[in-house]
Design a protein around this ligand. Sequence first.
Ligand SMILES: NC(=O)c1ccc[n+]([C@@H]2O[C@H](COP(=O)([O-])OP(=O)(O)OC[C@H]3O[C@@H](n4cnc5c(N)ncnc54)[C@H](O)[C@@H]3O)[C@@H](O)[C@H]2O)c1
Length: 323
Amino acid sequence: MGIDQSRILITGGAGFIGTHLAERLSGQAKEVILFDNGRRDSLSLAPHLRAHPRIKFIAGDTLDKSSVAAAFDGGIDIVLHLAAIAGVSSYYQEPLKTLQVNILGTVNVLDEAARRGIAHFVDFSTSEIFGSDAMWVTEEMPCGIGASSERRWVYATSKLATEHFSLRYGETHGFAATVVRPFNIYGPRQTGEGAISNFCRAALEGKPLKVYGDGSPVRAWCYVSDTVDAIERILQRREQATGVFNIGNPREIETTLGLARRIARLVPGTSIEFEAVSRAEVRARVPVIERARTILGYEPKVDLEQGLNSTLQWFSQAKGAVR
Ligand SMILES: NC(=O)c1ccc[n+]([C@@H]2O[C@H](COP(=O)([O-])OP(=O)(O)OC[C@H]3O[C@@H](n4cnc5c(N)ncnc54)[C@H](O)[C@@H]3O)[C@@H](O)[C@H]2O)c1
């Protein structure tokens, strides 16, 4: 069984990437169950998903074992585990909560997955596990998380822990386990933090684009539909697609200032302001995606210009509705 006839549980399913996965997978799966505590809500911006006959929403928190158990009722074949606290400001404002949700919440979901005998668990980790300088990194390179005195690293630490938990639970309990490390995903319905969503919102509200530091940090930008392609391919190739995959678009590399300038060009009249940074910076983050290319036949298709246009268009239509 691949995607067809599967019941797929997406934790964090009401979030940005979760709603895009639900949109694509509901065309093939028997049922897609979105489990979310409402910390973020991209689902309310996609009423067609709320009304979809094969998409079901369950409100619940990964830290609450009984609500996690209820999400598995009726049988689950595949778990896509996205529920997490993500967004740089949260690491500073809620560092302990970030560790608790991202580690303990994941273990609760893995425990239930093992108890119910699922077939495939896909854990959403992050490119942040590579630390401050992550230029052309492969899956096998050492992780470079910074000092524990710096709150910034609670997120990366929690995600690295869940990579190990996911792989080890899979080995121990006999289900396929895949870890994906997304590299800077953007697109419509990104209600949380992210340079592109922040810049789009500010530009459309007529506010200056705030660039922190000198704007030289580099990222590879991956449009959300390309991320969904990778996940779909992972689910279609369960036997081969275990272990860790970098998922991103290494052809679409841009500095933060370059990104601000592109958006300022697309929304005429937008100005750019610089603001000093006092916190740990990630200077570069660009993946090597050869493993995904070889095993999954994955190739990102959407270039930055195209992706920025569609994202801006969506933010402009959703203006007022995005919290
Ligand atoms: N967007 C990116 O560029 C990116 C990059 C690297 C990794 N990731 C990872 O991918 C996953 C999805 O990211 P996203 O951009 O869609 O983020 P998102 O914040 O939009 O989605 C996460 C969802 O999890 C939910 N959630 C949070 N805590 C929960 C809890 N305790 N119980 C149940 N639900 C909870 C939130 O309400 C939210 O809807 C996350 O695990 C994130 O860490 C994203």
